[in-house]
Design a protein around this ligand. Structure first.
Ligand SMILES: [Zn+2]
Length: 331
């Protein structure tokens, strides 16, 4: 059982949901770092087990290690496959975790890998991580659009119950993806470009197209995507308010991209692959900051003070992504 947990008002009886954490995918990562979420009132997080920067075998090794760790620590953590599992975990005083993969290089060209990853607990996949790949165009690439392989991937994701995630992909590609998917689509961790101009952020047309699928956009907590390396709640409020005015609160969620314990190395990691993290995009900023789950309680208060009602806050803090997950994963 979890030792202590903050209750975020007004979410005592609803799920608090973080659609993506940027825990660096490596079998050696000590997942005790996950305590930061339940200690601050969060019920579920999706953590990444791979991205296009690494080969698919490394993704599989990370998946094996993380699965093992969660099973070993089943007194506190539970691997979840459905919304029902998350509700049950909350009632049992446990924290729910599932996995995501950022980029289709993890398929190694084989569509059947989607079903394999799904069986191992992956519930959300990004198409391209910053650069173009065989499936799609990345936000720092030349935007090749969705390829024939990418089209087949969407059909298989819809069939198996994998959330289609447009974060990290390029504009045209994401519009292709949202037109092709038969189920709601998310940007699990992307901010509006009109609030902060960054290639990783998304245009109004993308936000509207996502809402039209009945999807949701998770606010990214990385300082360089929120503003000039700022992570305060006033800045989060600006991004949330912008989205609310554009498409309504029912399409807003949280995808903080939080990575406790790897912050010290993040500059080195980003510097190591200038192709994936190009210059001029703030990746070389000293001490890149992250929004932490400890800010959530105050964020809820600030939303209240700015006129958001309890239903809207519960939606933003989890019920909107919960709706998308039900539509994609099944009950
Ligand atoms: Zn990411």
């Amino acid at each position: 059982m979890l030792s202590k947990s903050v209750v975020i008002e007004p979410c005592a009886n609803s799920l608090v949901w973080d659609a993506h954490a940027g825990v660096f995918p490596d079998p050696a990562v000590d997942l005790n770092l996950l305590d930061a979420w339940p200690d601050n009132g969060v019920n579920y997080v999706s953590i990444n087990v791979g991205f296009d920067v690494m080969d698919w075998q490394q993704t599989m090794k990370t998946l094996a290690a993380y699965r093992h760790w969660i099973i070993e620590n089943s007194n506190r953590f539970t691997l979840i496959g459905s919304v029902k599992d998350i509700v049950a975990a909350k009632h049992a005083g446990k924290f729910g975790v599932s996995f995501d993969i950022e980029g289709m290089n993890a398929l190694n060209g084989d569509i059947n890998m989607i079903g394999v990853y799904h069986a191992l607990g992956v519930r959300q996949m990004v198409f391209a991580y910053n650069l173009d790949n065989a499936a799609a165009g990345g936000c720092h690439g030349i935007d090749t659009g969705l390829t024939d392989f990418g089209q087949k991937i969407i059909a298989e994701m819809n069939r198996t119950g994998m959330i289609v995630d447009c974060s990290h992909a390029a504009y045209k590609t994401t519009m292709d993806i949202m037109a092709a998917s038969q189920r709601p689509v998310v940007f699990s961790h992307s901010n509006p470009m009109q609030v902060w101009g960054h290639q990783r952020n998304i245009r109004d047309e993308q936000i509207k197209a996502c809402a039209a699928t009945n999807g949701a956009i998770g606010i990214n907590g990385m300082g360089i995507f929120l503003g000039d390396n700022v992570v305060d709640n006033a800045t989060l409020l600006q991004h949330i308010t912008y989205l609310a005015e554009l498409v309504g609160t029912e399409h807003i969620g949280l995808g903080f991209d939080y990575s406790p314990g790897v912050d010290v190395d993040i500059g080195e990691i980003l510097k190591s692959r200038p192709d994936y993290w190009p210059s001029g995009q703030g990746y070389d900023t000293a001490n890149i900051k992250h929004v932490a789950p400890s800010q959530l309680s105050d964020l809820s208060n600030q939303l209240q003070q700015h006129g958001f009602n309890d239903d809207e806050i519960r939606g933003i803090f989890g019920e909107n992504f919960q709706r998308v997950a039900r539509a994609c994963w099944g009950e």
